[in-house]
Design a protein around this ligand. Structure first.
Ligand SMILES: Nc1nc2c(c(=O)[nH]1)N[C@H]1C(S)=C(S)[C@@H](COP(=O)(O)O)O[C@H]1N2
Ligand SMILES: [Mo]
Length: 378
């Protein structure tokens, strides 16, 4: 479906919501398009690149209407490696704490990294010249959500929009941007939640305040645990917070005892980098430091790996990342549970069943937590 791997975890076919199996991301700085997650709120539009136009208006001195060849030729193309991550990544672990009705139960693979090529939004804005009152830049697409009857949209602060790294991208990993990822042209906002990177963008508006589009004004907000989702409440998500996940072994894997490679990703917040990743098999009593790779760009995840010597018994493997300011991740999903299920940055955990080599593999033991009794994973 949509040119994806056969083993994608498809949460919904319409709108199409799918993530790869975690191991498909392991050890690869760039995600092949066929493994790249896809998040949609409406049927995927079919735009003709020949008639596609980008309109730039609002609080600007000069309104622009650009065709695809104009966008590609008037502005110097820029290539940027950036990780895209959905704010709902790892929601499944929050659902296990308390139900979150009507939201996609994403695992840890609603994140992917690509090399994007496009025009820098900063260059396009320099031609349109936002006026003195402009403080935010809004993006609108033609895909209308059947549940809220609004086209998808977002906005970002003008300083971020003018920072150079925000792209109007027409290529991914050197190929034309496929329809499912927003072709012919999408916004890519490195360092911000995926929802701000509007696909099939047609309209850019300079505003004095954030967009009143549903997906900016009401959705994608971090609400207090006791709140009902409501307009304007909560923290509007934008800049990323630090997170990490274990990509291999698979959660629930049966493994022979002995040296076992454990790999994953860690992603720092905007302007930060991952300084260290620790891995534990005793619920955080003792830790082993993993090797953390350099990021493929300042806007990308950092892959990590280590080898653990696992004895023959069921085990829970957990990890935690630290950034270069010394901040680390919260321990439990319950600590960060919120009504719409965003931004689960808690320690990732997987369970594995480890057997003596040659002995028959049994099921992963029991439903009780191996850590402290406070955590139940499913
Ligand atoms: N027009 C439009 N843009 C969109 C969306 C959408 O539904 N419609 N989903 C957003 C969300 S929530 C995410 S996480 C990313 C997903 O991008 P991808 O499908 O290319 O992985 O696109 C964002 N841009
Ligand atoms: Mo998202």
């Amino acid at each position: 479906m949509w040119g994806k791997r056969d083993d994608m975890v498809v949460h919904d076919e319409e709108p199409f919501n799918a993530e790869p199996p975690p191991a498909a991301l392991a050890g690869r700085p760039l995600t092949p398009v066929e493994a790249f997650y896809s998040r949609n709120h409406a049927p995927i539009p079919d735009l003709d690149p020949a008639t596609w136009r980008l309109r730039v208006d609002g609080l600007v001195d000069r309104e622009l209407v650009l065709s695809l060849p104009e966008l590609q030729q008037r502005f110097r193309p820029r290539t940027e490696v950036a990780t895209l991550v959905c704010a709902g990544n790892r929601r499944a672990e929050l659902l296990a704490v308390r139900d979150i009705p009507g939201q996609v139960p994403w695992g840890p693979a609603t994140i992917s990294t690509a090399e994007w090529t496009g025009a820098s939004l900063a260059d396009v804005l320099a031609e349109a010249r936002p006026g003195a009152g402009a403080a935010h830049v809004a993006f609108t697409a033609p895909d209308v959500s059947p549940s809220v009857h609004q086209p998808f949209g977002s906005s970002i602060p003008l300083p971020k929009a003018s920072s150079g790294e925000v792209l109007l991208a027409w290529a991914i990993n050197g190929d034309p941007l496929p329809r499912v990822h927003g072709g012919p042209v999408r916004v890519v906002v490195p360092g911000y939640i995926g929802a701000r990177s509007v696909k099939w963008v047609q309209h850019i508006t300079a505003l004095a305040q954030p967009s009143d589009n549903y997906f900016q004004a009401e959705d994608y907000r971090l609400l207090p645990p006791d709140a009902e989702p409501a307009a304007g409440r909560g923290i509007a998500l934008g800049p990323l917070t630090m997170t990490s996940a274990i990509l291999s072994p698979d959660d629930g894997a049966h493994l022979p005892a002995g040296p076992t490679d454990v790999t994953g990703y860690a992603l720092a917040g905007e302007g930060r980098s991952i300084a260290r990743v620790d891995v534990s098999t005793d619920g955080g009593q003792t830790w082993t430091q993993a090797t953390v790779d350099d990021p493929p760009s300042p806007w990308a995840w950092q892959l990590w790996h280590t080898t653990l010597d696992l004895p023959a018994s069921p085990a829970e493997i957990t990890a935690r990342a630290w950034d270069d300011a010394g901040a680390t991740q919260p321990e439990f999903p319950a600590s960060v549970w919120n009504p719409a299920g965003y931004d689960n940055t808690s320690w990732p955990r997987i369970r594995v069943d480890v057997c003596r080599p040659g002995s028959a593999a049994g099921p992963v033991g029991g439903s009780t937590s191996l850590v402290s009794g406070k955590v139940s994973r499913r």
